[in-house]
Design a binder for this molecule. Structure first.
Ligand SMILES: Nc1nc2c(c(=O)[nH]1)N[C@H]1C(S)=C(S)[C@@H](COP(=O)(O)OP(=O)(O)OC[C@H]3O[C@@H](n4cnc5c(N)ncnc54)[C@H](O)[C@@H]3O)O[C@H]1N2
Ligand code: MOO
Length: 392
């Protein structure tokens, strides 16, 4: 058995080089840019009014002006003003040729077509967005490794970009093992349990921007599991097996992985829950054998699969790693790192009841793990402990 720290090192060293793909901007939210974006046009593309008012030559500010027409947003008709002239103008509209300044309509006196300016703070170029003031053609709009947040997507759309190259999420296959599994919605027969792991794994994968997910099932039979695993390896970059990773007579994951040519890198980590975690690689494919207990499966996802995905997709950590004051005592034997389901708020963290790995009741309320290291024998109320805050 290896430590949590050693396991992270092995997994991190095994994550393949990220794949990149050119995709539509509308699919790119939450992904990370892999290639620079260069502006292809000046934005704004013309001198643009930022107010509803009148466009004029600044040097004419002290004389009465004659209003010769109107510039509205979206107009394709360009007016020209001469000395002593102005046009009506609206927010977002191009300035008429010859104008350099816009006065707000609240700051003028207008009688018929004659206009005088009543603005003590009036300055040259006021209320005008200069051509190229957001970005100029040929300038770098965004550098690689930028996270495509909603604002980043809006910015890129606003400069006319409709496709981007991003680090592309892996295709994932979840394999469920276990003859006892029954789909929610059906009555339970004797000995059956409701299948929960694929539901929570799909939910968390979606949450981190992965949508290409297949779910396969395999009976507790080594040959059948090997067939399903081979099919999963052929179709996916990442395989998440569930269950069958321990030492029981019906636990065939390690055997099937070896038979498929997967190189075993990890089997068993000094931790609770999730001690029997398996990790292996085949070429540039990663395979995790998540322990079947639902709480163990999800804990191993957050602590091991998620960092591997983040490295692959060049994404910052979704787990916020902080320290907080624990509100209650918790005791444990030394020897294993414990990930306790916990509730974190305002610098304080509370370990929840029901830490057993077959239960999800407290996990469903948790928003964090308390991480108690191998050597520790627990914590006392008031101690400063390591906390991993889960993505909300
Ligand atoms: N003699 C030993 N027995 C066990 C050990 C050990 O060290 N020695 N380790 C225990 C630990 S820790 C864990 S964790 C489990 C892991 O077992 P497996 O990965 O082999 O998982 P299964 O036996 O297939 O299932 C465990 C448990 O989880 C339920 N399960 C499985 N898949 C699902 C699913 N998709 N949805 C809901 N529940 C699921 C399954 O019915 C079992 O109850 O091994 C211990 N045993
Ligand atoms: O480590 Mo197992 O995951 O506790 O039940």
């Amino acid at each position: 058995m290896i430590s949590v720290h050693e396991a992270h090192g092995i997994i991190s060293a095994s994550v393949p080089i990220s794949k990149t793909k050119r995709i539509s901007l509308s699919e790119a939210a939450g992904k990370v840019l892999s290639a620079e974006v260069v502006a292809t046009v000046d934005i704004p593309n013309f001198s643009q009014s930022s107010m509803d008012g009148y466009a004029l030559r600044y040097e004419d500010k002290d004389i009465n002006l004659s209003v010769i027409g109107e510039m509205a947003a979206g107009t394709s008709c360009q007016l020209v003003i001469r000395p002593g002239q102005a046009t009506r103008i609206f927010t977002g509209a191009p300035l008429p040729e010859g104008a350099d300044t816009v006065v707000m309509q609240e700051k003028v006196k207008c009688s018929g077509n004659t206009l005088s300016i009543q603005d003590e703070q009036f300055t040259s170029g006021m209320n005008v967005r200069a051509k190229g003031s957001e970005i100029k053609q040929g300038e770098t709009a965004m550098v690689p490794d930028t996270l495509l947040t909603p604002a980043a997507i809006g910015f890129l759309a606003g400069i006319g970009c409709h496709e981007v190259e991003v680090y592309y999420p892996p295709d994932v296959t979840i394999i469920l093992t276990g003859n006892e599994l029954q789909q929610p919605g059906n009555p339970l027969r004797f000995g059956q349990v409701y299948e929960a792991n694929s539901f929570q794994l799909k939910a968390v994968l979606h949450q981190v921007g992965i949508s290409n997910i297949r779910v396969r099932t395999a009976e507790d039979d080594p040959k059948k599991l090997q067939e399903v695993l081979s099919a999963a390896l052929a179709e996916s970059d990442l395989v998440l097996l569930n269950g069958g990773v321990s030492v029981g007579d019906y636990d065939f994951v390690v055997q099937a992985a070896e038979a498929c040519g997967i190189t075993k890198k990890i089997h068993k980590i000094r931790q609770k829950p999730g001690k029997p975690l398996f990790f292996g690689i085949m070429g540039d494919k990663m395979v995790f054998g998540l322990p079947g207990n639902p709480s163990s499966s999800l804990t191993c996802f957050y602590e091991y699969v998620l960092p591997a995905l983040e490295q692959w997709m060049r994404h910052d950590s979704h787990l916020k790693k902080i320290k907080a004051t624990v509100t209650h005592d918790y005791s444990k034997p030394s020897g294993l790192t414990h990930f306790l389901k916990a509730f974190y708020q305002d610098g304080k963290v509370t370990p929840l009841h029901a830490q057993e790995s077959f239960r999800l009741h407290s996990f469903a309320r948790a928003n964090a793990f308390i991480v108690l290291p191998e050597e520790s024998t627990g914590c006392s109320a008031g101690d400063w402990v390591k906390v991993h805050v889960l993505p909300g």
